[in-house]
Design a protein around this ligand. Structure first.
Ligand SMILES: C[S@@+](CC[C@H](N)C(=O)[O-])C[C@H]1O[C@@H](n2cnc3c(N)ncnc32)[C@H](O)[C@@H]1O
Length: 265
């Protein structure tokens, strides 16, 4: 990478690096820390958005693997974390296959180094909106068998697509590609009513310069005709929580990120 590209990257916060910083990761720049610190101090508690989202993603992967899914495409995968999709899936199916996709080159560079552990796991740079391009990517063609159920993950990613990027069309494209029995996990920022909720929404949109927080109705529409599995579309903290968790009264921030898993009939 040339020096100008490097400077440009370090001067703007990246969703992936801020998210990773809030989750305790170390791969970030000062500009990412500033945004992350703002969330954790000025909007103390808002880090629960990231934490409850990440925990629910991993429970969803475990759920899909337990339902017999052995191959996954993680759209907008983020930086490698302590536990990643292939780590969780391989605890259930040691031969599970995963393609990680992200449009942030920093994520993909780290992903290749840390996630591409063997020939059945790879990380590719791609924009989730460019569905056909991703579908035809050699790594996707090589790793994913589209005659067998696939686990599709859109964890927070659709929140960063504008309406004119047709997030519903993106989900529909992929559900048309995969066979019956495939599952689709979506988590999404839910637009909120309280002052803190509005401030958090504004700050996230301002910091990253794109995306849309959506209403329950808008998020529900992404699933189209898919069969939504228990417990429905609920705050991440209440999505199949571990025993003893998710029973407290949720904070405003915990209410601002919802998730649901659906099955293609
Ligand atoms: C908040 S992180 C979530 C990471 C992971 N999915 C999770 O939920 O733990 C959002 C990720 O989506 C990626 N992203 C945002 N818009 C994208 C797009 N249009 N195409 C691909 N990746 C995108 C960002 O680079 C970032 O890594």
């Amino acid at each position: 990478m040339n020096i100008n590209a490097m400077r440009a990257r370090q001067s703007r916060p990246s969703v992936a690096r801020v998210y990773s910083y809030v989750l305790g990761g170390r791969d970030n720049y000062g500009v990412d820390k500033n945004v992350g610190d703002y969330f954790m101090s000025d909007l103390a508690g808002s880090e629960q958005l990231a934490i409850t989202n990440r925990e629910a993603v991993l429970r969803a992967v475990h759920g899909m693997a337990t339902d017999g899914i052995t191959q996954f495409i993680d759209m907008g995968c983020g930086l490698p974390a302590t536990e990643n999709v292939h780590d969780v899936a391989r605890r259930v199916h040691p031969d599970a296959k995963v393609v990680y996709v992200d449009n942030d080159p920093f994520v993909v560079a780290h992903g290749r180094a840390l996630l591409a552990v063997d020939d059945d796991v790879d990380a590719i740079e791609g924009d989730v909106g460019k569905t056909a391009w991703i579908r035809e990517h050699p790594a996707v063609e090589r790793i994913i068998d589209f005659d067998r159920p696939v686990g599709l993950l859109f964890a927070v990613t659709l929140s960063f697509l504008e309406d004119d990027e047709d997030p519903a069309g993106v989900v529909k494209f992929w559900t048309d590609q995969v066979p019956s029995g495939s599952q689709v996990y979506i988590s999404h920022f839910r637009t909120g009513g309280t002052r803190e909720a509005k401030a958090t929404e504004r700050k996230i949109l301002e910091a990253f310069g794109r995306g849309r927080w959506r209403t329950d109705t808008e998020i529900r529409a992404f699933y189209g005709d898919l069969e939504i599995l228990d417990p429905g579309i609920v705050p991440c903290a209440q999505w199949r929580p571990q025993p003893g968790e998710g029973e407290h009264t949720l904070s405003d921030w915990e209410q601002m990120i919802v998730a649901g898993l659906a099955r293609k009939p």
